[in-house]
Write a protein that binds this ligand. Sequence first.
Ligand SMILES: Cc1ncc(COP(=O)(O)O)c(C=O)c1O
Length: 469
Amino acid sequence: MTLGLDDEDRRTASRLLAEFFDRYEQSVATAPIVPQVDRDVLAGLLADPFPDKGIGVEGLFRAINEKILPNSTKVAHPRFLAYVQGPPNGVAPYAEAIAATINQNCNFWQLSPAASVIERAVVSWLAGLFGYGEASGGILTSGGSVASLHALTTALHERRPEFRAAGLQTSGPALVVYTSGEAHRCIDKAVAILGLGLDNVRHIATDSGHRMRVDALAEAVRADRAAGREPFCVVATTGTVMSGAIDPIGPIADLCEREGLWLHIDGAYGGLFVLADRVHPAFDDCRRADSIALDPHKLLFAPLEAGCLLVRDRANLARAYAFKSAYLTVEDDPLMVDYMDFGPQLSRGFKALKVWSALQAFGVDSYRGVIDQVLQLAEHLRRRVEEDPNLELMAPVTLSAVCFRIKGWTEAQHAAVRATLAEDGTALLGPARLGGRHGLRACVTNYRTTYADIDLVVDRISELASCAS
Ligand SMILES: Cc1ncc(COP(=O)(O)O)c(C=O)c1O
């Protein structure tokens, strides 16, 4: 009995995998975006007992092709515009296979020397994009939510050094976190997980562009201090999930410096637009933040999962997460990082390989080009909406998210339009909710999307709007 493959099985698996890739690539733009889910097949996947005698490599690929693929959402489709999720870059599947083959454990460097250096190279490159200096560091995470959770954990340890020993059992004023009303819910979730209490989050009002209002932030901090609470952290967003708004980082950083508050930036959706010259200035002040959350599994087109936390001073991260243990002693090596000291995990996969591989294979200029193209497509969509008498924008278009509505239509009518678009294969769009109004949200996060795709979507929506009026 073995769990390995012999030479012949390995060749068969490689051939079947190559065929799978080819078929998938050819079907991306034509397959339904949202599958007509075969519930019987899915119920079978749930109920069928695992075989005592395996089905072998060919049987396995048959099951994948017949049962899994047809019941999977085509996130790579060029008109999959509902979420901030792109298709994986072309070398990603190969990098993933190689990572699984060499199976490096990225906890301490002896178990993963090259991987440790590669993760450090990826983190340093990302930190450099934001002007972070030599003292900075970070770690790849499963995503942006977890990166922000680690950021708040780190901020909490800095504010309350006794937190590790005494936990929440210390007295002292309630710590307060500030973020905008448009912030991603992962910030609330992090606050809840850390035991800080949702009652101690202030969702600061936004301006007409859906950016955090710094005057309202200052007032909230003042009011909390006056009430005996302890402001400790502001979470600004560079690219809100709904409309792509970028909070005014410079004035927020000024306030954080004045008030002695940790500044975390949630850049999970928008942070990597720093690579695009046309919006780069909006990110200039990010260098002043204490921490930044990013998502390479969004704009770097890494396959899930790949997030990243950057910290301006990596000693902060180590203070939150480093624990010594007698059975894991490794000598410090200035070239290599023990990532177990930068996060909660001990065993960790080699996520950095898929990010590194694509940067190597395609080069940074390819990313600059694709990210710029994504912005131009959103700009094209904005223009098309503005020119169409049936449609109106709901928010300024800052990045690649475009929120718009059919004039005079209700939430239910917009939901019906989304359902029609999904059913007839035009596109998958998300719902937009801003300032009490409802509409449609298209977010371009796909290097396969073209101007023709955008035109097709707008034409169809306009047609549906005209038919009904
Ligand atoms: C602004 C923002 N923050 C956080 C997240 C959560 O990121 P993840 O899904 O990688 O945890 C998202 C996801 O779209 C986001 O847009």
